[in-house]
Design a protein around this ligand. Structure first.
Ligand code: SF4
Length: 255
């Protein structure tokens, strides 16, 4: 993975739904085969460190642009090991967001314990939510072996510290993700938002999913020949099983 130090002209970007977000880094080390961002050329195999994003963010907010809520992390994980612990740009951005008293949602796959470093600061932030993305292949593999996964442990520690945490299983991988096991291990205060797998033919995600299933779950190869492209029936069947469970919810997560 190459690390490149860059500079930006703009700190805040917007989704088509007009949600405001910042990415202190460009790129991600999690390697999810279904990742949406794989479709963007040049996104993979490198991490851009946006060294001046805290200064640009400060200037933007000082000039009066105040979104109702800011998200940190979409095409990066703001707490990547070997990156945030070295550069600390997420931490700097949090301090600025805190000083402007903006409601914040932190989106992270929390595959390491780095976010816990920031708990005292996070607890001071207005309207803070942490969205913990639990559908990460390395973490699911740990759970399957009966080993507690870091992301669930960290989500639980955040919740125990009084931070509002929402978890996601996006996408739900038929035969691989086990909501029961996750609910058993996850703090009872944390809701779990689910989304079906949606892989299109001829895409890089299709190629990666085929490779992932062949190497890690060869026993599911036949199932994934069809369910990869149309996982709705398996998803709906699973949701029906949990219809009495008010912790299991469907995407989208509320803003
Ligand atoms: S954690 Fe998110 S951004 Fe990173 S590879 Fe996985 S899906 Fe993509």
């Amino acid at each position: 993975m190459r690390i490149i130090e860059t500079r930006v002209n703009q700190a805040i970007e917007y989704t088509p739904e007009q949600e405001a977000y910042i990415n202190p880094y460009y790129g991600c080390t999690a390697g999810c085969p279904f990742c949406y961002w794989l479709s963007f050329g040049g996104w993979e195999n490198k991490i851009e460190v946006r060294q001046n994003i805290p200064q640009v963010l400060e200037e933007t907010l000082r000039n009066g642009l105040k979104p109702d809520r800011l998200f940190i992390g979409s095409y990066c994980d703001p707490y990547m090991e070997g990156i945030e612990d070295v550069y600390g740009i997420t931490r700097e951005c949090l301090e600025i967001i805190r000083s402007h008293d903006l409601p914040l949602t932190v989106v992270s796959s929390i595959r390491n314990r780095l976010i816990l470093r920031d708990v005292p600061l996070l607890k001071k932030m207005r309207g803070l939510r942490v969205v913990a993305e639990l559908c990460r292949p390395d973490q699911i593999a740990l759970l399957k072996k009966g080993v507690p996964s870091t992301n669930i442990e960290v989500a639980n520690e955040l919740s125990a510290a009084g931070i509002e945490v929402w978890a996601t299983l996006a996408p739900y991988l038929p035969g691989i993700t086990n909501p029961d096991m996750i609910l058993r291990n996850l703090d009872g205060r944390i809701p779990l938002y689910m989304d079906p797998l949606d892989i299109q033919k001829g895409t890089i995600q299709e190629e990666r999913m085929i490779r992932f299933i062949a190497s890690d779950y060869p026993e599911l190869a036949q199932c994934y020949e069809s369910c990869m492209y149309d996982s709705r029936p398996a998803f709906e069947e699973m949701m029906a099983e949990y219809k009495e469970n008010n912790r299991i919810k469907c995407f989208p997560i509320p803003q």
